[in-house]
Design a protein around this ligand. Sequence first.
Ligand SMILES: Cc1cc2nc3c(=O)[nH]c(=O)nc-3n(C[C@H](O)[C@H](O)[C@H](O)COP(=O)(O)OP(=O)(O)OC[C@H]3O[C@@H](n4cnc5c(N)ncnc54)[C@H](O)[C@@H]3O)c2cc1C
Length: 467
Amino acid sequence: MTILSSSTGADYRPATAAAVAALADAGVPVHLPGTEAYTALTGTSNLTKAISPVAVVPVRDTADVTGTVRVAASAGLRVAVQSTGHGATETMHDSILVSTAALDELTVHPDERWARIGAGVRWAAVLEACAPYGLAGLAGSSPDVGVVGYLTGGGLGPVARSHGLASDTVRAFEVVTGDGVARRVTATHHPELFWGLRGGKGTLGIVTAVEIDLVEQPELYAGALWFAGADAPAVVRTWSRWCEVLPEEGTTSIAVMRLPDLPFVPEPLRGVTSVSVRFAWTGDPAVGEEMVRAIRSVAAPLIDTVQVIPYAALGAVHTDPTDPMPLHEHHSLLDAFPLEAADRLLELVGPDAPCAQAMVEVRQLGGKVLDDRGVPSAFPHRDAAFSLFTIGVMVPEVAQVVTQDTARVHEGLAPWTREGGLPNFTDGAGPQWAQRVLTPAVARRLQTLSMVYDPDAVLLAARGIRG
Ligand SMILES: Cc1cc2nc3c(=O)[nH]c(=O)nc-3n(C[C@H](O)[C@H](O)[C@H](O)COP(=O)(O)OP(=O)(O)OC[C@H]3O[C@@H](n4cnc5c(N)ncnc54)[C@H](O)[C@@H]3O)c2cc1C
């Protein structure tokens, strides 16, 4: 086999040419810039995060990954990895991109309650495959997200307070480290890599498959309550008090939304400010209904979708859009969200505030998120109480305003924020990302592991911790 697709106009430097020739000689598929396949495999869902690797390798198996890493190392190139493009952060201009999208292996073992999942699989497929057995994987708010990208960043989903972090359910990774060696990693086999792959994102290797424990959760009492902007003060203040008493069977977030006046938005939410309380209850639905009464009784909801749903319909809680859009995202951690913080949030982003964010979300953490099941991981800031996440739409006319407004909102809540960020929610790459997300102790340990398992710093994601 030779190069699958190439374009004469491509940026074709000598190192790239040597690497591409070596890959093609070894029978590894390669696509170069300017080709249809390259364009399809380099798509990103945030249009401000375009990527331009020197070539894309759509890997078919572990051997393609080891081959790519070794060839890149000898050519002095780096290797990046992507499955869906939902979490792109780097431009990848000096890297070969390993696309794992075709690694679609998925086997559920219902009797022993675990699943083996290829690195190209999205959560939607796992939820569907587990549903007939009443079993569940701990997916995030959007089932469109890739399982491995999510798990390597911890994975904090709509039932996180009840069932914990998704990365704590990992039994094993199959991974190609930066030295080009394929390894099986568990709590007892390469435990140091097992620690670092859960929270360290792609800094230590390219995962080809993962094995996770499943939980018994056929159904949930879950959905969202949408309120008019005029009711925001009462809803946000009540939510702040409610979080203080919500048992860990309940996971919740609140989002102040400014949705566009477009047909895909439900009529009462179009072009106005609204507030959405997201809620997922893993216990007895009757008790969940009792719990949510505190929110339901604050005001008449515009939309109320909270009901018993199959676990596989988990995406209905947040209803995240996944179509490509130009976005500016930012995240902070909060130590608390008392009434004073609720009032400050309302001043900053409530219906009367000149706010340029499409969404400002506060997610309650705590509960089982705090429990690492006795197997520590590199996931940092487990003890944060709330996450603050903002999304603004970067259309050219308002792009600068959106960026300034993001700072205004996060700085405005400074009395309750703390240092750091969660791996999956923190935008950026390289040293800037590592400094924000990793505690000094975690960063040092990842750096040492990286020097052992990736001596030539071939993995692009290692850039942030190698200095
Ligand atoms: C709509 C939406 C909702 C989300 N909701 C949540 C949520 O509720 N909770 C949460 O925790 N996160 C959430 N996220 C963040 C998401 O988990 C991360 O962006 C994640 O990295 C996406 O993984 P991906 O494979 O889909 O993306 P990709 O762009 O394919 O990958 C992103 C990154 O994941 C890592 N990665 C991917 N594949 C591999 C691999 N094979 N080996 C090693 N590293 C790899 C790399 O660092 C890569 O750069 C959400 C994201 C979106 C877009």
